[in-house]
Design a protein around this ligand. Structure first.
Ligand code: PEP
Ligand code: MN
Length: 337
């Protein structure tokens, strides 16, 4: 349920609603707009009575949110959420381009890639230090050494870093380095992990599980938001379908649908969605045309030698071409780069 406060409702009116909610055993989340405040009231599923709130001073309207996701819903927060990551705004008019290797492999590989993607126009650096691999016999990532190398690349380029965290126990160590936590597709429904990152105040990117619906995905975002961490973004990275010619199927529909249902920023990952480097640029353009707030792209200086996801990684020159394309496309969809 959300309580829409009257224009100009006082701080005392707002705290009156909050204490009423707490009195009947519910938790509140405030969405402070420029015009008015909306108070989200969430609990344990017991029915909430709207008459508990309707008569309180300053209350304009009590609205039931029919969708099971509440804090992620546009009803709760009508304006787009903007996330500031070391001066890079995610979710605003300016598109965000996240780029870097699938995995941090060595000092020279990450520093070289970081410089190249920065020069090409990327604004955030990606790189996995802990990798969720389908086979236990393949490269699992450099662990904390990889995080240290990412921090060095950030120092060198000024680019904030996003990196995956795979378990609740790893949240403190990854959190010492990451500017954005990445929750990978395989962990989208790891609720203990979602709760753990929800307790931090580090932005979180929740990638879509490969077999999950948009609603299930938003419920995962809801776990993070319910912990009080409101800096959550979503990333469409392709889903499993009957089609085997590409690694996954990019669900382009999900992008404009999410923009209707939620205020959270939405990014596209054409690298994992296609699995093929020569399909990355066209599908990246499609994501932006469909309304995505940005992209996350795998780039490697020598894809043939990459320890993971080489087949879908762009060489730095091709990545630079893609950024040029996106720069030309952006104004057609009311965006800048
Ligand atoms: C990745 O970003 O390298 C990754 C493992 O992505 P996903 O979780 O979407 O498969
Ligand atoms: Mn990858």
């Amino acid at each position: 349920m959300i309580i829409v406060m009257k224009h100009g409702a006082s701080a005392a009116d707002i705290s009156g609603v909050v204490s009423q909610a707490e009195r009947v055993g519910y938790r509140t989340h405030l969405s402070q707009g420029t015009e008015r405040t909306i108070i989200g009231i969430v609990g344990d599923g017991r029915p909430l009575e709207s008459h508990h709130f309707e008569m309180l001073p300053g209350v304009e309207q009590v609205v039931r949110i029919l969708q099971p996701f509440k804090l992620a819903s546009r009803d709760f927060h009508p304006l787009n959420t903007l996330i500031d990551v070391r001066g890079v705004c995610i979710g605003g008019e300016k598109l965000v381009i996240i780029a870097g290797p699938c995995a941090v492999e060595s000092r020279s590989q990450i520093l070289e890639t970081a410089q190249a993607v920065k020069e090409a126009g990327a604004t955030v650096l990606r790189g996995g230090a802990y990798k969720p691999r389908s086979s236990p016999y393949t490269f699992q990532g450099l662990g904390e050494e990889g995080l240290e190398l990412l921090a060095e690349a950030r120092e060198l380029t000024g680019l904030p870093i996003i990196t995956e965290v795979m378990s609740p126990e790893a949240v403190p160590v990854v959190g010492r380095y990451a500017d954005i936590f990445q929750i990978g597709a395989r962990n989208m429904q790891n609720y203990a992990l979602l709760q753990a990152v929800g307790q931090t105040r580090i932005p979180v990117m929740v990638k879509r599980g490969m077999m999950n619906t948009v609603q299930e995905w938003l419920m995962s975002a809801e776990y993070v938001l319910n912990g009080g961490n409101y800096e959550v973004m979503l990333c469409e990275r392709g889903i499993r379908t009957f089609e085997t010619a590409t690694r996954n199927t990019l669900d382009i529909n999900a992008i404009p649908l999410l923009k209707q249902w939620t205020h959270l920023p939405v990014l596209g990952d054409p690298s994992h969605a296609t699995g093929k480097w020569d399909l990355v640029a066209p599908t990246a353009r499609a994501c932006i045309a469909a309304g995505a707030d940005g992209l996350i792209i795998e780039v490697h200086p020598d894809p043939a030698a990459a320890l993971s996801d080489g087949a879908q990684s762009l060489k730095p020159e091709r990545f630079a071409d893609l950024v040029r394309d996106i720069r030309r496309l952006a104004p057609a969809v009311g965006r800048t780069l």
